[in-house]
Design a protein around this ligand. Structure first.
Ligand SMILES: [Zn+2]
Ligand SMILES: [Zn+2]
Length: 112
């Protein structure tokens, strides 16, 4: 999903073990498989700051990885502490929106 200007999450909810539901101020209800969210981490440990190359090895992330705590960071993002001990990742609203896996966003991704 492309994020409208000023849109921000107004609610977060864990659905079962695997899915994080993000309610947005413009009405969108986003869904994220939590392990995919872990793999999308943009921090300096997971992505090379200079080359943009991904350093994170998918195989090193446990299949049952899940958020332990989710904290807002300023007015632009979320910091997620994960069950695998990783806690340096910040997910900006743009990153979250771009990685949305709800049915609507998934349909758009396959048709465009
Ligand atoms: Zn979506
Ligand atoms: Zn990271």
């Amino acid at each position: 999903m492309l994020l409208p200007a000023g849109a921000r999450p107004v609610g977060l909810q864990q659905e079962g073990r695997d899915v994080l539901v993000v309610r947005w101020s413009h009405g969108h209800v986003g869904r994220h498989r939590v392990r995919d969210l872990r793999l999308q981490c943009q921090c300096a440990q997971c992505v090379d700051e200079w080359t943009g190359e991904r350093r994170l090895d998918d195989g090193a992330v446990p299949a049952d990885v899940h958020p332990v705590t989710i904290e807002p960071v300023g007015l632009y993002g979320l910091q997620i502490a994960w069950s695998d001990g990783h806690n340096t990742g910040i997910y900006t609203w743009e990153t979250l929106a771009a990685g949305c896996q709800c049915a609507e966003c998934a349909a758009q991704a396959t048709t465009s």
